[in-house]
Design a protein around this ligand. Structure first.
Ligand code: NDP
Ligand code: 1BO
Length: 316
């Protein structure tokens, strides 16, 4: 029986630390992936409207519940508000669309996906005028509407993604800090400053791209492949584990939540079993030395052409 770790949110809610990512899981693959995950024991699925597969994820959840693999109460479903729905009047309809697609009455966690805004109806901007600046749609306005959606019981918890301490701190003017901040985090980007801030403020950090997001369409030539790193391979050998399991277990050891994506049943099971790994202090110290502030998802795709956004200003 694999051990399953829960993290406690500020209001005492128990949050399953380990979950399944679904970005780039094609609609025709994600149904089987989520069914397999629920059978294996996953209790946390990470979704987003922009992933274009919430209907298939929802069908798999419904069928998994019908098959007795999990109950709705045991399951944690996260989704995210896309950048074109930051205005007050667009937040609740966007969440309602996600709920319809997922076939759920509520999500457990709803996140502002990025601190970046587009005109309503724009999926990915093709010109500068399709962006909105955060002066035009302040993130505080979006956050207030997120809190309203939670108060209307459409989401049990609300949080943010891709935000650093400065941006999160600004949200406190609205009255409440987020329950969760979901950011890229792995041994090459350890997010120590942000993790210290989150811990001090009772915010759980969820680590995305924990394996280095290795199927990115536009890879950079100098990209260091995390799964092939010799130090990770050595520790995997010492623990009789795989490199992916080491990366996942490292995130759990630091009391972060972690959401590796896979559409392969064998790798879905392999990743789940990472929850049983334990490190020595020496192994944790060795992995700590790999931090180089390297982002696989560098945000350049939001900063191209006439965009009013700069990539290095996204995560402040
Ligand atoms: P991951 O770091 O999870 O890597 C996914 C890649 O690793 C896929 O190519 C997958 O292939 C492969 N993989 C999975 N398991 C193994 C294994 N055991 N051994 C070898 N390869 C493996 O990348 P993601 O960028 O997808 O991040 C995870 C999740 O985080 C996303 O799916 C999404 O839910 C969330 N996310 C959120 C973001 C945000 O802005 N909030 C941004 C990015 C991600 P295969 O499927 O074939 O197994
Ligand atoms: C545009 C990238 C979204 C991944 O969550």
């Amino acid at each position: 029986m694999t051990y399953q770790k829960y993290l406690t949110l500020r209001d005492g809610t128990e949050f399953p630390a380990f979950g399944l990512g679904t970005w780039k899981s094609a609609p025709d693959e994600v149904y089987e992936a989520v069914r397999a995950a629920l059978e294996i024991g996953y209790r946390h699925i990470d979704c987003a409207a922009i992933y274009g597969n919430e209907a298939e994820v929802g069908q798999a959840i419904a069928d998994g519940i019908a098959a007795g693999d999990v109950t709705r109460q045991e399951l944690w479903v996260t989704s995210k508000l896309w950048n074109d729905s930051h205005r007050r009047q667009h937040v609740r309809p966007a969440l309602e669309k996600t709920l319809t697609d997922l076939g759920l009455d509520y999500v457990d966690l709803y996140l502002i996906h990025w601190p970046i805004a587009f005109r309503h109806g724009v999926e990915f901007p093709e010109s500068g005028d399709q962006f909105l600046t955060l002066d035009e749609v302040p993130i505080e306005e979006t956050w207030e509407a997120m809190l309203g959606a939670r108060d209307a019981e459409l989401a049990r918890q609300v949080g943010v993604s891709n935000m650093g301490p400065e941006r999160i701190e600004a949200l406190s003017s609205v009255g409440e800090l987020p329950a969760v901040d979901q950011v890229e985090c792995h041994p090459h980007l350890q997010q120590r400053k942000l993790l210290t801030y989150c811990t001090a403020n009772d915010i759980v950090l969820t680590a995305y791209s924990p394996l280095g997001s290795k199927d990115r369409a536009h890879r950079k030539d100098d990209e260091p492949p995390l799964l092939d790193h010799p130090l990770i391979a050595d520790i995997a050998d010492e623990l009789d584990a795989t490199p992916a399991q080491v990366l996942i277990a490292w995130a759990l050891e630091r009391d972060t939540s972690v959401i590796p994506k896979s559409v392969n049943r064998g790798r879905i099971a392999e990743n789940f079993e990472a929850q049983d790994l334990e490190f020595s202090d020496l192994q944790m110290e060795a992995i700590a030395s790999l931090d180089k502030g390297y982002r696989y998802l560098d945000g350049e795709f939001f900063a191209r052409g006439e965009s009013p956004y700069e990539a290095d200003q996204i995560w402040i």
